[in-house]
Design a protein around this ligand. Structure first.
Ligand SMILES: NC(=O)C1=CN([C@@H]2O[C@H](COP(=O)(O)OP(=O)(O)OC[C@H]3O[C@@H](n4cnc5c(N)ncnc54)[C@H](OP(=O)(O)O)[C@@H]3O)[C@@H](O)[C@H]2O)C=CC1
Ligand SMILES: O=C(O)C1=N[C@H](C(=O)O)C[C@H](O)C1
Length: 251
């Protein structure tokens, strides 16, 4: 049985992970970390460093500013971490990279299998269409989401840039623009409203034809299952920074 600490246990995703783990004989939530420390089905602490329970892995769905402290505590406890939190700054990402020299860290802005398949399809399309098609990404999320654009939209954009001969420059919305679109632009657009779980569309717009590759998350459980799967994968790995690509490769 895998013993898990959920960082951000009172949040929308923290609760989903706790529910899925409780339904499985393979996982046990031994503790949580959040700002509100009222106990749940497990003890809750305000800082990972204070957690007394023995654990095998930490799963993080919290807030970007909380991540450096989490990683430092995980480093002290020599615990592997699955980081799902998005909106991370360069500085926060550097803390993660540095820590991954000593502990295994799994990080992905999207834990669903579907988005990771979408990324493979989009890379293939981008390689073929790069000369004549403009690429734009539209993401849609619920009205409680704090970061924009989504981590997934940025991850898709970075994957596209990896395969292009001439790298694109990201343009976030166009409300202040007074000139026509340049060919080296990759537009990224965020929509926020209601309870939309998460939608990503990658649009390849050519002369008189448009190809759209899209993914629609229909529940938060797909991210929760993905995070539990990642937790199983990361335990026992060598120190390093792992992604969904490593998990999908392993099967
Ligand atoms: N990679 C993926 O597949 C997915 C990633 N996400 C990402 O995960 C993150 C969380 O999403 P979601 O659950 O919807 O967000 P919520 O706001 O519902 O949950 C976040 C939780 O973390 C808590 N928190 C904030 N700061 C700290 C801190 N310093 N220490 C401990 N806990 C803290 C919040 O407390 P409080 O509310 O009091 O501030 C809240 O309980 C976001 O970055 C989101 O983009 C979401 C879904 C899928
Ligand atoms: O905040 C969310 O809800 C989600 N965030 C992730 C992101 O920023 O890409 C993943 C998912 O789309 C849901």
């Amino acid at each position: 049985m895998i013993r898990i600490i959920i960082h951000g246990c009172n949040g929308k995703m923290g609760k989903v992970v706790a529910k899925l783990a409780a339904e499985s004989p393979d996982f046990k939530i031994v503790a949580g970390v959040d700002k509100n420390i009222s106990p749940l089905d497990f003890p809750v602490y305000s800082d990972l460093k204070d957690v007394k329970e023995e654990a095998d892995v930490v799963i993080d769905f919290s807030y970007h500013e909380a991540v450096p402290n989490l990683v430092k505590a995980a480093l002290q406890k020599k615990l592997p971490v699955v980081i799902a939190t998005t909106g991370l700054s360069e500085e926060e990402l550097n803390v993660i990279k540095h820590a991954s020299k000593e502990i295994p860290i799994f990080k992905s802005a999207n834990m669903s299998l579907g988005v990771n398949i979408l990324i493979n399809l989009v890379k293939e399309a981008a390689k073929i269409l790069q000369q004549d098609f403009d690429i734009e990404i539209i993401e849609k999320h619920h009205n409680m989401k704090k970061d924009a654009p989504s981590g997934t939209a940025l991850m898709i954009a970075d994957s596209i840039n990896q395969v292009l001969n001439d790298k694109k420059e990201y343009v976030y919305g166009r409300h202040t623009k007074t000139e026509q679109r340049k060919t080296n632009e990759l537009g990224i657009h965020a929509v926020r409203g209601g309870t939309i779980v998460g939608e990503h569309q990658v649009i390849f717009a050519g002369h008189d034809e448009v190809i759209t590759i899209s993914h629609s998350a229909q529940s938060r459980e797909i991210f929760g299952y993905g995070a539990l799967h990642a937790a199983k994968f990361i335990i026992g790995q060598k120190p390093g920074l792992y992604s969904m690509e490593d998990l999908v490769k392993k099967g």
